[in-house]
Design a protein around this ligand. Structure first.
Ligand code: BTN
Length: 263
């Protein structure tokens, strides 16, 4: 794919070892995840390559949803990783590391009430602040590469849905996108290196649970078109959500397509 080079609004961060060392800036594109996937078909991108844009014409979210963000006001980027060290059955640890990194970044910004809504949405109170879309390719039963798409609402103040928020709304001031990108890429690298080198699986899971939205509280959920009251009690080793059903007093495990949070 021929990428038109433009004067970049973003520079590679000075404070990382490899994340963002190669940074591709596109004023607009369909989706940075799609661009990353296309580039990976054509060339070998160094691990840590970041593709960032001001405007996505067809930003993608989880469950086939779209991701809407006003041009030039938010962080929308994708990062290429090669987590070959991670056994396929432990793939969810990558979600955990990335979610924890963004949560660390939000804590550093003094955002109170930030939580990770399973599997990897970032919430401020009861509103969504950011999301993650991870798309991976497998080769010989190994993770060949993963494209980590991240959208964080930063300076946008109006949303089409009442359930969305931004750092500006939560913290009461605008932020420099470049500065936030530097901070976020650093946080992502720290957590990724921790996963790669220390493999403290139990500790990562524990930290993830500690920051989990609705953990241990009774709420209304929906599965297969039926509503039920349940309590999230954890995740299984593959990352399925463990929910205790109030009425049957039984534990059920759900994948991402199988359960919706209601109220
Ligand atoms: C979700 O919450 O459903 C995931 C949202 C992920 C959005 C980001 S924005 C950058 C990257 N490119 C995309 O098309 N999606 C991700």
């Amino acid at each position: 794919m021929l990428l038109k080079l433009n004067k970049s609004l973003y520079n590679s961060p000075a404070n990382t070892l490899f994340i963002g060392s190669k940074l591709i800036y596109l004023p607009e594109c369909h989706s940075t995840n799609t661009t990353a996937l296309q580039l990976l078909q054509q060339e070998s991108l160094p691990e840590g390559t970041v593709i960032i844009t001001d405007r996505q014409l067809a930003g993608r979210g989880q469950r086939g949803n779209s991701w809407e963000a006003v041009s030039g006001q938010n962080l929308t980027f994708s990062m290429v990783l090669r987590p070959r060290f991670l056994p396929i059955q432990d793939q969810f640890l990558l979600n955990i590391s990335i979610s924890l990194a963004i949560s660390d970044f939000l804590t550093d910004l003094q955002l109170s009430g930030a939580a990770i809504k399973w599997p990897n949405d970032l919430y401020a109170g009861s509103k969504k602040l950011g999301g993650i879309l991870i798309e991976s390719s497998l080769k010989n039963a190994q993770l060949e590469w993963s494209v980590i798409g991240i959208g964080i609402n930063v300076n946008q103040k109006e949303f089409s849905v009442p359930t969305a928020t931004s750092l500006a709304l939560e913290l009461g001031c605008d932020h420099s996108l470049q500065q936030l990108l530097d901070q976020l890429l650093k946080a992502l690298e720290v957590r990724y290196l921790q996963l790669m080198k220390q493999k403290k699986t139990q500790e990562l899971r524990r930290e993830y649970l500690e920051r989990m939205y609705w953990l241990g509280e009774w709420h209304l959920f929906e599965t297969e078109g039926k509503q039920f009251t349940g309590k999230i009690v954890g995740i299984d080793p593959r990352g399925k959500l463990a929910v205790l059903h109030q009425q049957e007093e039984q534990l059920h495990y759900y994948g991402i397509q199988q359960i919706r949070y209601l109220a």
